[in-house]
Design a protein around this ligand. Sequence first.
Ligand code: FAD
Length: 405
Amino acid sequence: MLEDRSTKAYQALARDLAETFAKRAAKWDVTRDYCWQNVDDLVAGKIMGMTIPKRFGGAGASYYDACIVIEEIARACTLTSRIVVEANMGAIGAIMAYGTDKQRAFAAELVLAGDKPAIAITEPDAGSAAGEMKTTARRDGDRYILNGRKHWITGGGISKLHLIFARVEDEKGSPLGIGAFIAHRDPEKGIEPKGLSIGERRRTMGLCGMPETELIFEDLVIEEDFVLMPPSGFAHGFKDLMTAYNGQRVGAGTVALGVAAGALEHATRYMKERHQFGRPIAEFQGLQWMLADMDTGVHASRLMLQEAARSGAGSRSGFPDKTMAARAKAFATETAIKVVNDALQIFGARGYGDQEPLERMYRDVRMFTIGGGTAQVLKTQIAGARLGIKTPQTRDGYAKLAANG
Ligand SMILES: Cc1cc2nc3c(=O)[nH]c(=O)nc-3n(C[C@H](O)[C@H](O)[C@H](O)COP(=O)(O)OP(=O)(O)OC[C@H]3O[C@@H](n4cnc5c(N)ncnc54)[C@H](O)[C@@H]3O)c2cc1C
């Protein structure tokens, strides 16, 4: 079992780890390899699975403490901080909230040993409209048979634990709702389920060490024991399952915050070092005001994310509030892209080249207004909450909304 740690102790540990990760970050960007060396350090530091409840071997740390760690690590290495998110929120959060004890123990063992679970929702024709997924899970006695194709699955090919979302059908093919299914793949141990294959890996502009792949299901068999059943069953289960994503959103927003905070530090240092026109560029008011806006954006993002991270404590699901999470992620990610861009500008040509980490940070941070709920979709949710309008999840929902004027 992990020892108890205070928030300060987590922060100090994360700062130590971040120093090491900063030295390696350029390597994964160039080689496009997964950072197994950093994962070993995260396992040794008991950061992988820190939010897993104590009775399953974790530390039972709060999402707030996880966010403190994520921000520190993201200042140094975006790729590694993303692993910390997925080893503590998202799929593992959903399994810890809604799983059976057998499922929880199984998932905890994998994550505590270094696995970054994969969550498979997005499909070629179902991106923001996730509720329109076509992958099916048809009941067959006491098991389900999955068929379909997902894409943009983070960790495809390296993750052992997979949480796959599919449209559930009874034995006759009648729809029951959307459910989530736990699959295990570990080729090194000879665990390669028939019917689960890893498709093409996309080449991405940033976060280069993280595989983003297709997952293909051809009669993949999942035993009933590995169906993750939310409290409302299949009929309304998608809504319950997606509440786990509120945690993932706060985590992803915090990665963006950490990258922005790191870029702000680099820019502050450089403004004092670099001289032009016979004086430090820190003396130019045009740059001072840029720096002030960057500083304010980072500070505001941190407050919103911390508020959202704390909002789940004591709630039924334990997950952050949906609107707080949407607001914090949309704001922090858009702010981070601007902050990192401005930091790069402050470095001039040096920021565009590879002597500094700014160009990598810029490419990395660009993803965060897209993955895990686009800024536009999150803003639609925020406005919906304010206006009392339910955000449609499907084309039928939009059609009904239009018909009702
Ligand atoms: C690096 C990366 C990693 C990812 N990892 C995963 C993963 O592990 N698992 C997974 O399941 N998915 C993953 N995704 C997929 C991600 O969740 C989707 O990209 C995202 O939901 C958006 O879907 P889309 O890309 O198909 O864009 P689309 O939904 O096609 O959107 C296109 C544009 O239309 C806008 N738009 C769409 N609907 C609306 C609306 N109602 N109102 C206003 N604007 C709208 C969007 O904001 C966007 O600008 C990942 C994506 C990336 C880039």
